[in-house]
Ligand binder design. Structure first.
Ligand code: F6R
Length: 241
C-alpha cells in the first residue's frame, strides 16, 4: 500500500489526475473504473484540464462506473450517469459508447448485474478510482456480516441515504437501492486508487487502512490488494504521519 498525504486540495487533485493520465499515456486503451460523489470531482476537473491542454486523450479508453441508483434514469440530475456526463464525459474526447454505468432502470436487476459483471470480467479494469463512505463502504458495499462478491442490487443504509440526501430535493427522494459492483469486482482491478478527504473521514480511513480486515468495514479489504494507492488530504490523513 502506498499512502500519500497532500497539503492542499489542488495537490491531491493533480496527483490523482496525474496517475490516471500517466496510465492513459502509457496505455491509451486503458479501462478505467470510475466513482461518483464529492471526492473525485476535483480529480475529474484536473483531468479535463489535462485533456484540454492536449496532455491526455480518452479517445480509446473505456470506463465502468461503480454504481447507479435503482429507479433513476440517466437523465435524472441525481443519477450517477448524469454526474459522470456533467463532470467528465461531456468535457473529454471519450466515446460515449465506451462509457458504462449500470442501468438503474433495468427491468431485470439480476440480469443487468450479470451483464455488467460479464463486461468487467471480459475487459479487466486497469485502474479503479474509489471514494470512502463514512461507514467504510466502497461503491455501495455497506458494512454487514457478509459481503456480496459480484455486481448486485444493494439496499442503502440509513447513514448513506442521509449522506446522499444533499443531491436530492428531499431525503424521501433518495432511492433505497443501488446497483453496485461487488467487492470481488473491485478487488480484481489491477490498480486501486482510494481517495479520502476531510476530517470527518479520518477515523474511518485509519480503521480501513490499519484496522482489522472485516466485512463490517468493506474498505478494509483493500489492505489485501497488491497495488493500492491512497491519496489523503491532511485532515483525513492526520494519523498517517
Ligand atoms: C460513489 C460511491 C460511493 C462514494 C462514497 C463517498 O460512486 O460508490 O462509495 O465514493 O459514498 O462519497 P463522497 O465522495 O461523496 O464522500
Amino acid at each position: 500500500m502506498n499512502v500519500l498525504t497532500f497539503r492542499t486540495e489542488e495537490d491531491l487533485n493533480r496527483a490523482g489526475a496525474g496517475l490516471i493520465a500517466s496510465l492513459l499515456q502509457a496505455q491509451p486503451k486503458a479501462v478505467l473504473g470510475l466513482a461518483t460523489g464529492s471526492t473525485p470531482i476535483g480529480i475529474y476537473g484536473e483531468l479535463v484540464k489535462l485533456h484540454d491542454s492536449g496532455s491526455v486523450s480518452f479517445a480509446k479508453a473505456r470506463s465502468y462506473n461503480l454504481d447507479e441508483y435503482v429507479g433513476l434514469s440517466g437523465g435524472h440530475p441525481a443519477s450517477y450517469r448524469c454526474f459522470m456526463n456533467t463532470h467528465l464525459f461531456d468535457k473529454i474526447d471519450i466515446d460515449p459508447a465506451n462509457t458504462h454505468v449500470p442501468n438503474g432502470l433495468a427491468v431485470d436487476l439480476e440480469q443487468e448485474c450479470a451483464y455488467y459483471d460479464a463486461m468487467i470480467e471480459d475487459e479487466g479494469i486497469d485502474l479503479q478510482l474509489l471514494g470512502l463512505g463514512h461507514n467504510g463502504h466502497i461503491g455501495f458495499n455497506e458494512p454487514d456480516d457478509e459481503l456480496i462478491p459480484g455486481t448486485h442490487a444493494a439496499t442503502l443504509q440509513q447513514q448513506t441515504i442521509e449522506a446522499n440526501a444533499r443531491f436530492f430535493d428531499s431525503i424521501d427522494e433518495v432511492p433505497k437501492q443501488a446497483i453496485t459492483m461487488g467487492v470481488a469486482g473491485i478487488m480484481k482491478a489491477r490498480q486501486i486508487l482510494l481517495v479520502v478527504r476531510g476530517a470527518s473521514k479520518a477515523d474511518i480511513a485509519k480503521r480501513a487502512l490499519t484496522g482489522p480486515i472485516t466485512t463490517q468495514c468493506p474498505a478494509s479489504l483493500l489492505q489485501l490488494h497488491p497495488n493500492l494507492v491512497v491519496l489523503l488530504d491532511e485532515a483525513a490523513g492526520a494519523w498517517a504521519k
